[in-house]
Design a protein around this ligand. Sequence first.
Ligand SMILES: *Cc1c(COP(=O)(O)O)cnc(C)c1O
Length: 393
Amino acid sequence: MAFVSDKVKNLPPYLFSEFQRRKKKLEAEGMDVIDLGIGAPDLPAPQFVVEKLADEAQIPENHRYSTYSGCQEFREAVAAFYKKQYNVDLDPDTEVLAVIGSKEGIANLMHAVIDPGDTVLVPDPGYPVYRTAVHLAGGKNVSLPLDRTNGYVPLFEQVDLSSVQKAKAMFLNYPANPTAATVDFDTFLKAVTFAKKNNMLLVHDAAYDMVTFNGYQSPSVLQVPNAKETAVEFGSLSKSFSMTGWRIGYMVGNKEVVQALSALKSNIDTSQFLPVQKAAAAALKSDFKAPAANNKIYQKRMEKLHDALHEIGLRANRPNGTIFIWAEIPDGYTSMGFSAKLLNEAGVIVTPGNAFGSLGEGYVRISLSVGEDRLDEVIRRIKELDLKEVTNG
Ligand SMILES: *Cc1c(COP(=O)(O)O)cnc(C)c1O
């Protein structure tokens, strides 16, 4: 590894690669493996968005470089979306930045706001990209524990004071991956107050802002008065419009941070292909019938699986959003052990909770990214397992 940086050498091992190897092997042996480990929608992007992409791709002017911060049409569509969805005013020129998917934006943001050695609070359990982004920027991760007995809200008081005082930034994510937790405005009010008091940037990842059920509407951090002084929010077309591979999202909020990330990115990329930005703008300006229809599908899957887990005796929350169920594992197992048992004996892949931080131990994340017929098969197979006979991998 003579050519590889310590940063890359020290990236955390991808816990899931072992399961993927095992999946290939079992499939080669003829097993029908059902993969509920995938954190991405299985549904297609809306037809009108695909058509807009095709139309815009026909226009030669769209084959040129985009402006660094994203084209005007896209930034205006994001601002209009924030007005309509959250009644939040954004200046499309200074408070909105296009990113090549929020994962890209999050990773680059850390280079734009922290220096080597700086501390960042990351939710535990949480989306692993925050930790690796901090690591790659030379920062130090400090766990922000989430309260599993109370809807996975942040336990600010459990982080030691010196870490809090040193922290330059803090990540939050609701509706949450992996726990599927959703919060009300009050949680964001507390988070903004905490961030302001401690002079840290609050980075809220709203990747599932529109993937919600039962009439629940996810709030925006920017609805908190004066939140822009201390917060930015990421959004993405990936989950709400099933556009994961299109690589388009945005960061909004604090001007200085928008400007810093834009300046950094102008040295790295030149934004996204214009037809992709324009198709995404059309999606954001639409009537949201497409996400609503998809949410109905996810909700039906969620209810089916939730009811079955309940019947089997596995405890899980009944979420108001995301494409996941976060389930407690039976007594005697580790998250890895239970996940291995599901794969080996039932041909079902789930993600062990400890992949999302040490506080994820004791849980598995089950993705709702397959049709109801496949879920019926998953349920049938889990019901056949002897869960009392503990085999931890
Ligand atoms: C899927 C996901 C993302 C990544 O979204 P992209 O815009 O496709 O990069 C970001 N955050 C969370 C929590 C996710 O689950």
